[in-house]
Design a binder for this molecule. Structure first.
Ligand SMILES: CN(C)C(=N)NCCC[C@H](N)C(=O)O
Length: 288
């Protein structure tokens, strides 16, 4: 099993993550809290109340963990394509795989990464939703002191299953949308690259950016539900399951609730995925 794809996936995931984390914090807060009037209001309040650090809450943990998840995604995707088409990453420019194969490999990567991602994503979302300013004398301490304390508290209160809260919604979100992600990337690369040649850096940036936007637009409705189910253990609101969360969110807030965070998700998706694909392709090219 070629391992370079896993390493390249890890490094490129880490680079994309640092770039996208401030957007991600605003998105998670908009999706799960009703105190903000919109993106700008959320950014201003976060900055006033918590300073620039507020945008980077919960980032140290994803750097180590979500980057590993990205390595699972890219590694499984590439190895699934190898199993389906018997071509390595280098051979795929001369012998491009069919879009059906790309879609199946993307869905496989998405499905497997969702299970690795679930506990890390839960901790990230819980930490991002702590709006208390850091260590201000006299103010109440935040519920979680950090990622390890957060994981331990969830484990103590709810057992190992608690760490997988929202995992089902996450799997439903990621399986088809990662198929869409890789198909969009491949399709755009092929549109702007002569047959058999390697796409230019500009093409990879644009194709990666739009792959991110397209997949996140498709993922946003289930992303909202996933984030709400992950926060449900903390808030008084408990949902009977995924369907109950969908129905009660739509009843209380209208259908627009499924598109909460769409703009910020798309704005975040372009730079994050442009950088992720560019570094991924460059690393693999430089390793021959
Ligand atoms: C729609 N979904 C779930 C995705 N396209 N996921 C893969 C993108 C990974 C990248 N680190 C990001 O967070 O955008």
């Amino acid at each position: 099993m070629p391992a370079e794809e896993f390493v390249a996936g890890w490094i490129s995931g880490a680079l994309g993550l640092v770039l996208g984390h401030p957007f991600d914090t605003v998105k998670v807060r908009l999706q799960t809290q009703t105190t903000y009037r919109g993106i700008v209001d959320c950014m201003v309040k976060t900055y006033r109340h918590e300073s620039l650090l507020g945008f980077f809450k919960g980032m140290s943990f994803p750097i180590a963990s979500i980057a590993v998840v990205n390595s699972v995604l890219f590694g499984v995707y590439s190895n699934a394509l190898l199993a389906l088409t018997a071509t390595s990453h280098q051979e795929r420019r001369a012998q491009p795989p069919s879009y059906t194969h790309v879609f199946i490999a993307g869905c496989t990567g998405g499905f497997l990464q969702a299970y690795c991602l679930a506990p890390f994503d839960l901790i990230k979302v819980r930490l991002q939703n702590q709006t208390e300013p850091r260590a201000k004398p006299g103010s109440p301490p935040p519920r979680y002191r950090g990622p390890v304390h957060c994981a331990a508290s969830i484990f103590q209160a709810e057992g190992p299953r608690g760490l997988f809260r929202g995992a089902w919604a996450l799997t439903l979100r990621d399986t088809p949308t990662l198929g869409i992600y890789f198909v969009t990337y491949e399709w755009l690369c092929r549109q702007f690259t002569p047959d058999g040649q390697t796409p230019s850096s500009g093409t990879v940036l644009v194709a990666g950016g739009f792959a991110g936007i397209t997949s996140w637009v498709a993922a946003t409705p289930l992303d909202v539900i996933k984030s709400r189910m992950q926060m449900a253990g903390l808030k008084q609101r408990a949902y009977g399951g995924l369907l109950d969360c969908m129905v009660s969110s739509a009843r209380q807030e209208g259908l627009g609730v499924f598109f909460r965070g769409l703009t910020i998700n798309s704005a975040r998706a372009f730079p994050v995925n442009a950088v992720t694909f560019l570094s991924y392709e460059h690393l693999l090219l430089s390793w021959g």
